[in-house]
Design a protein around this ligand. Sequence first.
Ligand SMILES: Nc1nc2c(ncn2[C@@H]2O[C@H](COP(=O)(O)OP(=O)(O)OP(=O)(O)O)[C@@H](O)[C@H]2O)c(=O)[nH]1
Ligand SMILES: [Mg+2]
Length: 188
Amino acid sequence: MDNYGNKLVFVGGMGAGKTTAIRAISDTEPVSTDMPLSTDATEEKSLTTVALDYSSVDLDEGELLHVYGVPGQKYLNFMWPMVCTGAIGIIVLVNACQNDAVDSTAELLRDFGELAPEASFVVGVTKSDLAPEFQLPVFRDALNASGYQVPVMKVDARVTTQVEFLIRTLLSYQHAGSQLNLATTGAR
Ligand SMILES: Nc1nc2c(ncn2[C@@H]2O[C@H](COP(=O)(O)OP(=O)(O)OP(=O)(O)O)[C@@H](O)[C@H]2O)c(=O)[nH]1
Ligand SMILES: [Mg+2]
């Protein structure tokens, strides 16, 4: 594999929590390209990432991770291949409040599975505290039914320990050699 070090990529729709998650695990000030939201601004979310997030994270004694965040919107997909090159792991974040949470997650798993076939994948569902009707087993079963057998967990992107746990899960899958299970499920 090309030598890009331990490169991880967060992807997800607007407001899924990519910038927040990267900030939560960063030891230093992340590189940010956030700009004020001209429309749709709320008291809680007034900024959006127009290009990328980047930070390096020293997770466990000297295991330096290079962490990128990239928007999941299709019209920004020209950035995906360059960000995914050499990535060992992809973290898909999805907002539990979204009606199309399953479909949009499956779509990102498909697109990024093609861009980074060597990478391991995990799905983090954010904002479940704001979506009392959200049920993780139902979401996971629906993803499985779409052909994606990946670790799925709830995560509050604001909470460092939860984001770190998500990344540790991803890394343990990567070290166990389990990549996105597309071939056997016929999702491709
Ligand atoms: N209540 C709640 N808020 C959350 C949770 N996770 C993240 N947030 C909030 O949701 C917002 C996420 O915003 P960002 O981190 O900018 O999202 P993003 O994915 O970078 O969005 P774009 O850059 O616009 O694509 C922030 O205001 C976070 O504080 C959660 O689990 N619960
Ligand atoms: Mg952002």
